[in-house]
Design a protein. Structure first.
Length: 336
């Protein structure tokens, strides 16, 4: 008895069936090439995951992949209205990203190696899905930058800024104190603005939030610039106030008790309060809903140069094979 064809048919409710037909092959090709790139750069992705999970400065980066996915889903309707076409110049971007990855690994500069690993995935998407799709996905692609752990380089200057703000407020509040670099000497004891007290965790998290809010809720560049500036200045000033508050409270309850209270309050309450206040002050100035971010497919349809930039003869699978070959060469070069 021959098998029932209806029983063998793939239900139309499957996720794959919901993908528009013109997108099925390009997305499969992109998934395959991403898998190949992840294999080649697995060490760097492992290092980044370790930092996201185990270093509290970068814990907020665990949310970034979900934010990127959410932003991509918001553009689903716009993407469905176009047909992805290969962008051949994107191969040069892939080569540049893999080159950066190789150089970072060879020179021991993890920041460059991590940036190259992330950039390779971004460049592969631009190549396989095309420039038009990449423009629609400009914001989630840009948010990929925040997958790279960075910020250690600015810890020393942040320590000095925090110390300067703290000593100024300490003097204004009537507490006698002397400062020597990042050391603040008071009657309650000697305080040190350590790396963990520099405020870098707060600053990086606020910068990530600032970029997300700027491009999902604002249209005018002046408001974007103003909000982003606030996301940089406010956490720096707030961290200085926190350091001063710790020193001031210590004069009454002791340095050890004040330091313990500071870590609890700053870690769980102070950061949330500053975020809520900043968003509350700017809420009335929001200009659009998150799903209205970025370009529209109708706008891109009027950009005829995109038709010339994208290739109709080069298949997505061919582009994926080319990228996989480049990844293999880069991996071989890294082993030599």
């Amino acid at each position: 008895m021959p098998p029932d064809r209806a029983a063998l048919a793939v239900p139309e409710t499957t996720l794959f069936a919901r993908v528009p037909t013109p997108w099925r092959t390009p997305l499969a090709a992109l998934a395959a090439v991403w898998f190949a790139l992840l294999l080649v750069t697995a060490r760097e992705w492992g290092e980044m995951l370790h930092q996201w999970w185990n270093i509290d400065t970068y814990n907020h980066l665990l949310l970034v992949p979900f934010i990127i996915g959410w932003l991509a889903v918001l553009k689903g309707g716009e993407l469905a209205s176009i047909t992805p076409k290969v962008f051949l110049p994107g191969l040069a971007l892939v080569a540049a990203a893999l080159g950066l990855w190789w150089f970072g690994g060879a020179s021991g500069i993890n920041l460059l190696a991590h940036a190259g690993a992330v950039g390779a995935l971004q460049a592969a998407l631009v190549t396989v899905l095309g420039l038009r799709a990449a423009l629609l996905l400009a914001l989630p692609l840009a948010m990929g930058v925040f997958l790279v752990p960075f910020g250690d380089e600015i810890i020393p200057p942040l320590q000095f800024i925090t110390a300067d703000i703290a000593i100024a407020l300490t003097g204004w509040s009537g507490v006698p104190a002397r400062i020597d670099g990042i050391y603040i000497d008071t009657p309650a004891g000697l305080f040190i603005v350590a790396e963990a007290c520099s405020g870098v965790k707060f600053l990086i998290a606020m910068l990530t939030l600032g970029v997300l809010v700027c491009f999902t809720r604002f249209e005018s560049w002046s408001r974007r610039a103003g909000f982003l500036a606030a996301c940089i200045i406010v956490p720096i000033l707030a961290n200085g106030v926190r350091a001063w508050a710790t020193i001031y409270v210590a004069q009454h309850i002791g340095a050890e008790a004040a330091t313990g209270f500071d870590h609890i309050v700053y870690g769980w309450i102070f950061f949330a309060i500053v975020v809520v206040v900043l968003l509350g002050m700017t809420w009335r100035y929001f200009e659009r809903e998150p799903d209205e971010n970025g370009w529209r497919s109708a706008t891109l349809a009027r950009w005829h140069w995109l038709d010339r930039a994208e290739s109709r003869r080069f298949a997505p699978t061919s582009a994926a094979l080319a990228i996989a070959g480049m990844a293999a060469i880069a991996a071989l070069g890294a082993m030599l």
